[in-house]
Write a protein that binds this ligand. Structure first.
Ligand code: PMP
Length: 401
């Protein structure tokens, strides 16, 4: 007998479990469209050239491995807030943003969740239905109550805008509203600029607090500014808000665990206090964050040549994803004789496409075609090559009918 006999087997993670199943498949046509990580046309992982250059520079400088402060690397925190809001945004000059370095997007969301649990007892977080699978885990573990607002409309494979607005309106005053800054995961469906304005209207009306998850700045459209426009629109209205950031995708720093949590406050004084409490939350969780990724970001953003190179590589990655999206669409239209409207594929943005395939159809994709994807019908276009677009289109059409 073991003291641990009452500990039952945990279920596999629905996203990371897909990669494990993929590895075990020996079919040569197999394709992993499960996890959201960028691949080259040869379907290999990609380290940005500008990241290698920044790392070489860091090595030459012989930097030490001393602990960072609890809040992380100062040069990183400054760079990340400026990248998000724009360096000339009044919220930066007025020192109204409390920023601490986090353990990528996930760890940054977790700090914010802990802050909500401590200072807004009973407040609910509204999350989109569907959303990135880990959001619910994060709020559950932080003991923050949450409920869902309507987002996805299966009839149009588009946004259920009226449902979304109605649910945000119906929520108790002063709730947190979790919003994907750009490239909504898993649907790839974003509100239009006009819809963002209306979302901001109801959030203000109801005294809710917007909480942005920005995991794809620059990676979705290829432009850092365009992908931050939703956050900046809310900030320009003078609203207080949360923003979690990640450099996993846009700088390809997945395993470095580099990101930040920003709290935009209505005064510099509030920002100082909020920051002090976020540090207090971080200290017993992990003491202080890792330095390597923070130095990479600070060096890339701080050097004009590197910064331009980064933007070029981001455009290249976003461009490759857009081109396989187009190619998949072309193949679907050319090969499907049912008259189905596939235009939703092109309306979506970012690395994911929501195919509209249900669980049984997604199972067919995997069992018959060896295409690995999450069971909600999401495919990662970042894991697709031009050469495999036709095969994927065949599989989707077969699974639909
Ligand atoms: N939020 C969303 C919506 C995401 O898609 C991701 C990455 N899959 C994250 C947060 C966080 O990822 P990470 O912790 O690697 O930054």
């Amino acid at each position: 007998a073991s003291r641990f006999d009452n500990i039952t087997m945990a279920p596999p993670d629905p996203i990371l479990g897909v990669s494990e199943a993929f590895k075990a498949d020996t079919d040569e046509m197999k394709l992993n469209l499960g996890v959201g990580a960028y691949r080259t046309e040869e379907l290999q992982p990609y380290v940005l050239k500008v990241v290698r250059k920044a790392e070489n520079l860091m090595l030459e400088r012989g930097e030490n491995k001393e602990y960072l402060p609890i809040e992380g690397l100062a040069a990183f925190n400054k760079a990340t807030a400026e990248l998000l809001f724009g360096a000339d945004n009044p919220v930066i000059h007025e020192q109204r943003v409390a920023t601490i370095q986090g353990l990528s997007g996930t760890g940054s969301l977790r700090i914010a969740a802990a802050l909500i649990e401590r200072y807004f007892p009973g407040a609910k977080v509204l999350i989109s239905s569907p959303t990135w699978g880990n959001h619910k885990n994060i709020f559950n573990d932080a003991r923050v109550p949450w409920s869902e607002y309507r987002y996805y409309d299966p009839k149009t494979v588009g946004l259920d805008f009226d449902g979304m607005i109605a649910d945000i309106k119906a929520a108790p005053e002063g709730s947190f509203v979790l919003l994907h800054g750009c490239a909504h995961n898993p649907t790839g469906i974003d509100p239009t600029p006009e819809q963002w304005e209306k979302i901001a209207d109801v959030i203000q009306e109801k005294n809710h607090i917007p909480f942005f998850d920005v995991a794809y700045q620059g990676f979705a459209s290829g432009s850092l500014d365009q992908d931050a426009s939703s956050v900046r629109l809310f900030a320009a209205r003078g609203m207080e808000l949360f923003v979690a950031q990640s450099y996993s995708k846009n700088l390809g720093l997945y395993a470095e665990r580099i990101g930040a949590i920003n709290v935009l406050c209505s005064s510099a004084d509030a920002a100082v206090r909020v920051k002090s409490q976020m540090k207090r939350i971080a200290r017993p969780m992990y003491s202080n964050p890792p330095v390597h990724g923070a130095r990479i970001v600070a060096n890339v953003v701080g050097n004009p040549d590197f910064f331009n190179e980064w933007k070029e590589e981001m455009e290249m990655m976003a461009g490759r994803i857009k081109s396989v999206r187009q190619k998949l669409y072309n193949n679907l239209c050319a090969k499907d004789k049912s008259g189905k409207d596939w235009s939703f594929v092109l309306k979506q943005i970012g690395m994911f496409s929501f195919t509209g395939l249900n669980k049984a159809q997604s199972d067919n994709m995997t069992d018959k075609w060896h295409i690995y994807m999450t069971k909600d019908g999401r495919i990662s276009l970042a894991g697709l090559s031009a050469a495999k677009c036709e095969y994927l289109a065949d599989a989707i059409i077969d699974s639909y009918h």
